[in-house]
Design a protein around this ligand. Structure first.
Ligand code: GDP
Ligand code: MG
Length: 175
C-alpha cells in the first residue's frame, strides 16, 4: 500500500516473557488484527510488521517473536541486537509469569542496548475472574524499573494498539 512506499523509520521491537502468556497472539492482534484460536503451530515466524503514520512520519514496526525459544532459555543476544523497544509480557492469571518479569528485565539489561524502551504488558485482561496479579503490583514494579505498563487482551483486542503505539511514540520521541 501507499504507506509502505513512504517509510521513514524501521523500529525493531522484541517481545519476551514466559511461554503461553500470549506473546504471539499479541503480535498477530497488533499486526493483522487477528486472534488465532488454534495457535499451537506458531513456531517459525520470526517477526510481524505493521506500518503506522505518526507525527507526520511513517514508521514500520518490525516486531520479533521468540517463537518457542523461551522454553529453553535460549533467547540469544542476536535476538536483542538493534532492538529499540522491548515488550515484556506476563499473564494476569499466572502469578509465576509475573514473578519472572524481573528475570526478563535483567536479560534486557545484559543483552540489549542501554537506551532500549521497555513496556510491561499484563495480558489476558478478559479473564478477570481468574486474575492472580493485582494491577497495583505491576504498576509498582513498572514505576520502580522505569517501564511503561498496560493490561491488554489479545483475545478482545483491548488496549493492544494503545500499548504498541505508545511504545512506538516513546521510541520516536527518543531518537
Ligand atoms: P506465547 O507462548 O507467549 O506466544 O503464547 P500464545 O500467543 O501462543 O498464547 C498462549 C495461549 O493463550 C493460547 O491458547 C492463546 O489462545 C491464549 N491467549 C493469548 N492471549 C490471550 C488473551 O488475551 N486472552 C485469552 N483468554 N487467551 C489468550
Ligand atoms: Mg509464541
Amino acid at each position: 500500500n501507499s504507506l509502505e512506499e513512504k517509510i521513514d523509520y524501521v523500529f525493531k521491537i522484541v517481545v519476551i516473557g514466559d511461554s503461553a502468556v500470549g506473546k504471539t497472539q499479541l503480535l498477530s492482534r497488533f499486526a493483522k488484527n487477528e486472534f488465532c484460536f488454534d495457535s499451537k503451530s506458531t513456531i517459525g515466524v520470526e517477526f510481524q510488521t505493521r506500518t503506522v503514520a505518526m507525527k507526520g512520519k511513517v514508521i514500520k514496526a518490525q516486531i520479533w517473536d521468540t517463537a518457542g525459544q523461551e522454553r529453553y532459555r535460549a533467547v540469544t543476544s542476536a535476538y536483542y541486537r538493534g532492538a529499540l523497544g522491548a515488550i515484556i509480557v506476563y499473564d494476569i492469571t499466572k502469578r509465576p509469569s509475573f514473578d519472572h518479569v524481573a528475570r526478563w528485565v535483567e536479560e534486557l539489561r545484559v543483552h540489549a542496548d542501554n537506551s532500549i524502551v521497555m513496556t510491561l504488558i499484563g495480558n489476558k485482561s478478559d479473564l478477570v475472574d481468574k486474575k492472580a496479579v493485582p494491577t497495583e503490583d505491576a504498576v509498582e514494579f513498572a514505576e520502580d524499573q522505569g517501564l511503561l505498563f498496560f493490561e491488554t487482551s489479545a483475545f478482545s483486542g483491548a488496549n493492544v494498539d494503545m500499548a504498541f503505539l505508545k511504545l512506538l511514540e516513546e521510541i520516536y520521541n527518543a531518537i
